[in-house]
Design a protein around this ligand. Structure first.
Ligand code: BQF
Length: 294
């Protein structure tokens, strides 16, 4: 069993990015600039946005954090999105999800200029991704692809089972791994809460991508010997022995599954850091015009 060290990989990629920023600023370009809008005080969202801002600093990007009260109106938030769309000093921006319940996430996502949509959530980018056109890829699927690439895990002709069909992880990773590309060319099954006999599917899988949001959901008896496990879950479970009162666990029962796995991503330190670094990579692409030429 080999652990896939997402933290180490993310660090290596950040060092490459920092070098690229140095070279481009030497050559007279301004550094990439990411803006993030955080609405309200959802504790995990605050952690995620802080991770993103700190990561920008580490690689020499400019970052702007716009913090807004949980009570902000839809109209005011739409106004902020329009301003960021127009701001030539901002290469890309994100609106941290989830938003408070009174706000319409779909309308906000649709209002973001696809050329600045470094989260890759706008239907224009999703559609381009699905057709294999240049697009900003959703950060978690992009991070998973990069992990698979750098660990040289074969995907062509493999049986992949994705568990979870969200718009930001399950659905796009299933499209990406089935595309005619490398990594890709896999035979992908997308399982979800209505799948009959989930274990019958996961037991056949060469690669399992777990994105259910249920702590420890994938158990040892659900997988075959030699399986590759990509655990996307970031679940807070109560733990009185920790300073913060909780610890992070994945969607996979690590202790039960690891002995059967050839490769497995840990939580924390697996997919999570790769998600953040993918956002940086998208922001670099926004700055250079790699997806949408300027
Ligand atoms: C780690 C996210 C669910 C819903 C919205 C490093 C992150 C997490 C874990 C992080 C996530 C999860 C992010 C670790 C961003 C990943 O060391 O394991 C980094 O910051 N993430 C998000 O912005 O929105 C989410 C998960």
């Amino acid at each position: 069993m080999q652990r896939i060290d997402g933290k180490q990989l993310a660090q290596a990629i950040k060092e490459e990015l920092a070098e690229q920023v140095r070279q481009r600023t030497q050559a007279g370009h301004r550094p990439p600039h990411l803006a993030a809008v955080l609405v309200g005080d959802d504790p995990p969202s605050q952690v995620y946005v802080r991770n993103k801002v700190r990561s920008c600093e580490q690689v020499g990007f400019q970052s702007t954090l716009l913090r807004k009260d949980a009570g902000i109106s839809q109209e005011e938030l739409m106004g902020i999105v329009r301003q960021l769309n127009e701001d030539d000093g901002v290469d890309g921006f994100i609106v941290q999800l989830p938003l408070p319940a009174h706000l319409n996430e779909e309308e906000i996502t649709l209002a973001i200029d696809p050329r600045k949509d470094v989260d890759g959530f706008h239907p224009v980018n999703v559609g381009r991704m699905a057709q294999g056109l240049p697009a900003y890829l959703s950060a978690t699927p992009a991070g998973i692809l990069e992990m698979i690439r750098r660990y040289q895990i074969p995907t062509s002709g493999k049986e992949v089972v994705v568990v979870g069909r969200s718009n930001i992880v399950g659905t796009p990773i299933s499209i990406l791994l089935s595309r005619k590309a490398d990594p890709g060319n896999a035979t992908v099954t997308l399982c979800h809460s209505r799948t009959a006999d989930l274990a019958a599917h996961t037991r056949r899988a060469d690669i399992v991508v777990a994105a259910t949001g249920r702590p420890g959901f994938i158990t040892g008896e659900m997988v075959k010997e030699g399986v590759v496990i990509i655990d996307v879950g970031i679940n807070r479970v109560e733990d009185a022995s920790r300073k913060k009162g909780y610890r992070l666990v994945g969607d996979v029962d690590f202790e039960g599954v690891a002995p059967k796995a050839s490769y497995i991503t840990p939580v924390p330190g697996g997919v999570g850091p790769m998600t953040v670094v993918s956002l940086l990579l998208n922001t670099m692409k926004a700055n250079t015009g790699a997806i949408y030429p300027k």
